[in-house]
Design a protein around this ligand. Structure first.
Ligand SMILES: Cc1cc2nc3c(=O)[nH]c(=O)nc-3n(C[C@H](O)[C@H](O)[C@H](O)COP(=O)(O)OP(=O)(O)OC[C@H]3O[C@@H](n4cnc5c(N)ncnc54)[C@H](O)[C@@H]3O)c2cc1C
Length: 485
C-alpha cells in the first residue's frame, strides 16, 4: 500500500515531468536529427558513441541529443548502478553543496533541487544540509528516465579502434557476446579512474590480496569486524573507509597520513567562478600547470562531517606525519613499517586515489601508445614536477586526444575525453558536479560543429534540394512599370 507521503511524491514528480516537458518545448529541445543517416556493414552508424553512463555520460548524452545527434551511451554496470554512488562510495552525504545545478544543462526542472522539492517540498529543502549519497543516485536515475536517454547497460566497451575512413570501431561485450559498433565520434566518460585505475604503492602488489583493498574496491567491510585496520591517506575516501570499518566493528582503525596536518582549505572550490570554468582552457600551459599543481600540492580536505564520523570512535587513531614505507605478511598479521616505527595490522586500505595507467584500461590498448600526454611536450619549472599532471592527456580544444610525435593513428582525433584526467588541459568542466553541464554543453556544441563541417557537401546539397515554398506566387499580381510622364 502506498502511504500519503509516497503518493504525494509520485504526484509531485509527475507534475515536475510535465513542467520539464514544457520547458524543453519552450526551448525547442531536442532539435530534430539533421545529420545524414549512415550505414556501415549494414548497421546504422552512430553520430556519437559514449563510453560510460555515469553522471558525465548522462549529461553528455542529454546535451548531444538536444543538439539533434544520434547517440548511444554504453555502460558496463547494471541500470541504476552506474558510477560510485550506490556501489563503492561510502560517504553519508555528497561533498558538493546541495544548490549546485549539476547536470541540469541550464534547464531549471532538471536540477536536483527541482526533483527534491517536487517530492518533499520547500520546507524539507530548506532543512536539507547535504545531499544523501543514495538520494543523488535516485536523482540521476530519474534524470535519465525523464529525458529517455539512450543508454545500454550491461555493455562493456572492450576495444576502440579509430580508422582512416572517418569511423571509429567499438567492440562491445554484452550478455556473453561480443559485437562491433561504428560511430563517427567517441566520447570517453569513464569517470575519475577513467584512464587508469587505483594508485597503490608498489609493496601492496607483493601482499596477498586478502590483506588489502583500495578504497574504490567493493569489498565487504563486515569482514573487518574485530580486525586492526590501517587506512592510508587523509582525504575524503580515507575518512569514508575508516568510518565504515569502525561502524562494522573493526577493533582499531589507524589512519596513516603522511602530511603533518590535514589540509583544511579546498583551494579548488575557492577558484570556482564562471571565468575559471569558461576561461581555463584558453590559458597558456604554464598557467594551467601552475594552477593544477598548486591545487594538487595543497590537497583537498576531507569533509568535516566525514572526519567527525571517524573521530567519534575511541578506537580511531589519527597518525599525522606518518608515512607507510613497507608491509609484509608475517605470523598471521601484517608487519607494517612506517616513518614513525613498526605497526602490526590485519588489513590495509589504500585511500590513495587514482592514476592514469593505460594498462588498467584494456579498451584503450590500440590508441594508448599514440596518445600525447603532457610530459611529451611540456617541462614544468624545477620544483613543480608533478607525476599526475605529467601523465595527463594533452587534449585539444575539442576534448580530443592528440597524437604524440611520430605516432600513426588516423582518426585518433575522433576520440574525445570527458574524464577527470582531462582537467589539466580543459579545466573543471571535465567531471564533477560543479561544472559538468558546461563540459557536456561545450562538448555537444563542438561535436555538432565538427560533424556539420565534415558533411558540408551533404548539407549544401540539401540546401540546394530544399524546395518548401514560403510564398506561393498567388499573393501578388506583377505589373509593368508605369509609363514615364
Ligand atoms: C567516493 C567518491 C565520492 C565522490 N563524491 C563527489 C561529490 O560529492 N561531488 C562531486 O562532484 N564528485 C564526487 N566524486 C567524483 C565523482 O566520481 C564524479 O563527480 C562523478 O561520479 C563523475 O561521473 P562520471 O560519469 O564522470 O564517472 P562515474 O560516475 O565513475 O561513471 C563512469 C561510468 O563508466 C562506466 N565504464 C567504465 N568503463 C567502461 C567500459 N569499458 N565500458 C562501459 N562502461 C564503462 C562505469 O561503469 C561507470 O558507470 C566522488 C567520487 C568518489 C569515488
Amino acid at each position: 500500500m502506498t502511504s500519503p507521503g509516497h503518493r504525494g511524491a509520485i504526484e509531485g514528480l509527475s507534475a515536475l515531468e510535465a513542467r520539464l516537458a514544457d520547458e524543453l518545448a519552450f526551448l525547442q529541445l531536442p532539435a530534430p536529427r539533421w545529420t545524414p543517416a549512415l550505414e556501415h556493414e549494414g548497421v546504422p552508424v552512430l553520430d556519437v558513441a559514449i563510453v560510460g553512463a555515469g553522471m558525465t555520460g548522462l549529461a553528455a548524452a542529454a546535451a548531444l541529443v538536444q543538439r539533434g545527434l544520434h547517440v548511444v551511451s554504453y555502460d558496463e554496470a547494471p541500470a541504476g548502478l552506474e558510477g560510485p554512488w550506490a556501489t563503492t562510495a561510502r560517504m553519508e552525504t555528497l561533498r558538493s553543496p546541495k544548490q549546485l545545478a549539476g547536470p541540469a544543462l541550464g534547464i531549471p526542472s532538471l536540477t536536483f533541487r527541482a526533483w527534491f522539492e517536487a517530492q518533499f517540498g520547500r520546507t524539507a529543502w530548506d532543512a536539507l544540509d547535504k545531499i544523501p549519497r543514495l538520494q543523488w543516485m535516485d536523482y540521476l536515475r530519474w534524470y535519465r528516465q525523464a529525458l529517455a536517454l539512450p543508454v545500454c547497460n550491461g555493455h562493456r566497451v572492450t576495444d576502440i579502434v579509430p580508422r582512416a575512413d572517418a569511423l571509429v570501431e567499438l567492440t562491445i561485450a554484452a550478455a556473453g557476446r561480443s559485437t562491433r559498433t561504428f560511430a563517427r565520434r567517441v566520447v570517453i566518460a569513464t569517470g575519475r579512474a577513467g584512464l587508469g585505475g587505483p594508485s597503490v604503492p608498489a609493496f601492496a602488489e607483493r601482499l596477498p590480496r586478502t590483506r588489502w583493498a583500495h578504497s574504490s574496491d567493493d569489498n565487504d567491510y563486515s569482514e573487518l569486524h574485530g580486525l586492526r585496520v590501517g587506512v592510508v591517506g587523509g582525504g575524503a575516501s580515507a575518512m569514508d573507509s575508516a568510518a565504515t570499518a569502525l561502524e562494522v566493528g573493526a577493533a582499531h582503525v589507524h589512519l596513516l597520513v603522511r602530511r603533518r596536518d590535514l589540509p583544511r582549505i579546498n583551494k579548488g572550490k575557492g577558484a570556482g567562478n564562471p571565468g575559471f570554468v569558461q576561461g581555463y582552457a584558453r590559458l597558456p600551459d604554464a598557467w594551467k600547470w601552475r594552477i593544477r599543481h598548486y591545487i594538487n600540492v595543497q590537497q583537498v580536505p576531507p569533509p568535516r562531517n566525514s572526519t567527525q564520523r571517524v573521530a567519534r570512535f575511541a578506537n580511531a587513531h589519527f597518525h599525522l606525519g606518518v608515512a607507510i614505507e613497507d608491509a609484509v605478511e608475517r605470523g598471521g598479521a601484517l608487519q607494517v613499517r612506517t616513518s614513525a616505527g613498526p605497526l602490526a595490522l590485519d588489513f590495509l586500505i589504500f585511500a590513495t586515489g587514482f592514476k592514469v595507467d593505460w594498462r588498467q584500461r584494456p579498451m584503450l590498448r590500440h590508441i594508448a601508445p599514440c596518445i600525447r600526454v603532457w610530459k611529451d611536450r611540456y617541462a614544468p619549472p624545477a620544483g613543480d614536477e608533478d607525476e599526475e599532471l605529467a601523465e595527463s592527456p594533452d587534449l585539444g580544444r575539442a576534448f580530443e586526444f592528440q597524437p604524440r610525435s611520430g605516432a600513426h593513428c588516423p582518426g585518433l582525433e575522433r576520440v574525445h575525453c570527458l574524464t577527470y584526467p582531462a582537467t589539466l588541459s580543459l579545466g573543471v568542466i571535465t567531471g564533477d558536479i560543479p561544472a559538468i553541464s558546461e563540459g557536456a554543453l561545450q562538448l555537444a556544441d563542438t561535436l555538432a560543429g565538427l560533424l556539420y563541417a565534415e558533411d558540408i557537401a551533404y548539407h549544401y546539397a540539401r540546401m540546394e534540394a530544399y524546395d518548401e515554398p514560403e510564398i506561393l506566387g498567388d499573393e501578388w499580381v506583377a505589373e509593368p512599370l508605369p509609363p514615364v510622364s
